[in-house]
Ligand binder design. Sequence first.
Ligand SMILES: Nc1ncnc2c1ncn2[C@@H]1O[C@H](COP(=O)(O)OP(=O)(O)O)[C@@H](O)[C@H]1O
Ligand SMILES: [Mg+2]
Length: 264
Amino acid sequence: MDERPIQLQVDDIHLSFGGVNALMGVGFQVYKGEIFSIIGPNGAGKTSMLNCISGRYHPQRGRIVFEGREITNQPPATRAEIGISRTFQNIALFKGMTVLDNLLIGRHIHLKTGFLKGGIYLGPCQREEIEHRKFVEDIIDFLEIEHIRKKIVGTLAYGLQKRVELARALALDPKLILLDEPMAGMNLEETEDMVRYILDINQERGITVILVEHDMGVVMDISDRIVVLDFGQKIGEGTPDEVQKNPDVVRAYLGAEDETFLGR
Ligand SMILES: Nc1ncnc2c1ncn2[C@@H]1O[C@H](COP(=O)(O)OP(=O)(O)O)[C@@H](O)[C@H]1O
Ligand SMILES: [Mg+2]
């Protein structure tokens, strides 16, 4: 059916917090190079699923395999090293630092010399430092944030902070990027910019995207495939067309005029 190699395989994930079942037997696969969206109303388990993939949460049952390697119990740092990076539903940046420093820190997580040890400017370290700076400058160019590179993150408008967070995730040079509501709280123009950046990240840089987003217009426009969650269970999966025609999905959400789900 699909010729592309499977990059991420998620099998039968169960995750609960005390008595709350956040995910109950959810599984899907993501092909290399696609834009794959996870949708569903508030509390459906979307962020929990991203947390399982990024290593923040460890499911009680199930398996996650990335590029042939089982990562279910690997810590987040290992997953970042092998090419999984993310943004957060609530922006997670060092607000008191400049844009450039936030990106350099994102990049330094990668450094063999380490962030703290990397402060010693000797031969190979210095060369490595220059390479990392080049990489970061390239991302700054790519996301058109040159004008704010020396600005303190906390002083920036919300939409720009979201873009900086995307830049920080890209600084890790990921193969797979997880975006948790990247357009939330944005105006129309900022949303259009973000859509363009996501498409560029995917098409120009070849990065696989897993997107959690409430803006159904955006999701239906740019996704290759979509999985639909409801109360921790998968209730639908397929192309945007298939999902919109899926009676279970229509019954549960699209027809239910769920204001939150429709992003209003
Ligand atoms: N760290 C946590 N501790 C306790 N309950 C949690 C935690 N994270 C998520 N949950 C619960 O799991 C369910 C799914 O949450 P979440 O994954 O954030 O949903 P979504 O992102 O789809 O809105 C919710 O009932 C939520 O309250
Ligand atoms: Mg969420």
